[in-house]
Design a protein around this ligand. Structure first.
Ligand code: NAD
Ligand code: PRE
Length: 375
């Protein structure tokens, strides 16, 4: 696995990049490109000027755009990084300023809508679609990082007229920010992400709303909601604007899968109504078997998690003492997070490390200081 800060080798021929929208993903691509190459020029436009000023002060961008204008004609690649329906609008607005040989790409979560707009407008020779398969429930430039998309798949969706050279330029961008480029037909893209991204977001939100609607007056469900519920509902906090537009531009695929999902829920109802333990057992057994064949965190695109939980007293200074013990032995900590409820036997702190050997060394060291560690 690559460690943080390393990049797969790439030879970026492009040197001037434009961003329309510089939020979580646009900001992370811009920061990643900047980290890979200090000499490039990055310009950006978004509606909130103060955030553009922040991005310039951070050294992420060089030029603030006041609108869609001829300044963009210096760009080799223009990224559309707003919610998907707005990307389709900006596509038409940026086209007049595209210099010969330059490319427009996007990062939208759905691809049919933008590809159809590209076909309708006759832009197939200047557009290559893109979609980095990582993100978060957070939004905005302030949440972007230069490593958010590291080790994530970066899906590239060419048009019928995209040349190998054009596809390669987006591939180099993906490699430059540490992502794994993969080329897919845009129809296949939309059906696949409907299953592994769009439906799960709908399920997570509806589950949260179900709890909201069924909780007691003193919100006992909310208070008790523990690991399992939180694991599968984190994404229910994602941007409503972004997700409304995703659902409105991939409706058919989502509906096909949602209906199949409802059928599978109905069969669970049947099994429960008939007190059919075998059917329930089989469902958990099959899902467990299949889930265990998914790439491990660390094999494939997702970063490996070298972490454990530690029980510490809830008192001032306890984190500093623990950090000092590790620092004294030269063990770097990647992250320390507080578990606000000690659910499922987890300790109060989750500590993660960059390497497995450091995690093991830290575990041994802390046990020798009588700390109790859990998974
Ligand atoms: N969040 C994720 O997990 C994720 C992952 C991969 C791809 N995407 C896609 O990336 C795109 C951006 O998502 P994000 O998570 O960065 O969202 P975000 O809300 O963090 O950023 C959106 C950006 O677009 C700008 N914007 C919004 N409406 C605009 C308008 N009408 N005109 C000009 N600028 C406008 C905002 O100011 C902001 O800079 C979306 O198309 C989304 O589908 C998101
Ligand atoms: O991690 C998250 O919060 C995400 O929802 C990221 C996620 C996903 O569903 O996996 C969301 C939308 C994007 O198009 C790609 C990635």
């Amino acid at each position: 696995m690559k460690s943080k800060g390393q990049r797969r080798s790439c030879t970026m021929s492009d040197s001037t990049f434009g961003f329309i929208g510089l939020g979580l993903i646009g900001g992370s691509i811009a920061r990643g490109l900047r980290r890979a190459n200090k000499d490039i020029t990055i310009m950006a436009y978004m509606r909130t000027r103060s955030k553009l000023e922040q991005a310039k002060a951070d050294g992420t961008i060089d030029i603030i755009l006041d609108g869609i204008d001829e300044t963009l004609s210096a760009c080799d690649v223009i990224f559309l990084c707003t919610p998907v329906e707005y990307n389709a609008v900006y596509l038409e607005k940026v086209r007049p300023f595209l210099k010969p040989g330059a490319l427009i790409t996007d990062i939208g979560s759905t691809k049919t809508d933008i590809h159809q707009a590209v076909e309708r407008l006759g832009y197939e020779d200047v557009f290559v679609g893109g979609h980095p398969m990582a993100g978060s429930e957070k939004t905005g430039y302030e949440s972007s990082t230069d490593h958010l998309l590291e080790n994530a798949y970066y899906i590239i969706t060419p048009t019928k007229k995209s040349t190998p050279e054009q596809i390669d330029r987006i591939r180099q961008v993906a490699l430059g920010i540490g992502a794994l480029p993969i080329v897919l037909d845009y129809h296949e893209h939309d059906f696949s992400v409907a299953a592994i991204s769009h439906l799960p977001h709908l399920v997570a939100s509806s589950l949260v709303n179900l709890v909201h609607d069924n909780d007691s007056k003193d919100e006992i469900m909310k208070r008790l909601a523990a690991g399992g519920f939180k694991d599968i509902t984190r994404i229910a906090s994602s941007s409503p604007v972004m997700w409304e537009q995703i659902c409105m531009t991939n409706t058919e695929n989502i509906l096909v899968l949602l209906k199949r999902y409802i059928t599978s829920l109905e069969s669970i109802c049947d099994a429960l109504e008939n007190h059919n333990g075998d059917a329930i057992y089989k469902m958990f057994e099959e899902s467990g078997k299949y889930r265990s064949t998914f790439p491990n965190r660390g094999q494939g695109p997702i970063e490996r998690d070298y972490s454990f939980c530690v029980d510490v007293l809830d008192e001032p200074g306890s984190i500093s003492v623990l950090s000092a013990i590790l620092a004294a032995k030269g063990i770097s900590v990647k992250n320390i997070g507080i578990n606000h409820s000690r659910e499922e036997g987890e300790g109060a702190l989750r500590i993660s490390f960059y390497k497995e050997d450091k995690k093991n060394e830290a575990a041994e060291l802390l046990r020798s200081h009588n700390y109790v560690l859990t998974k």
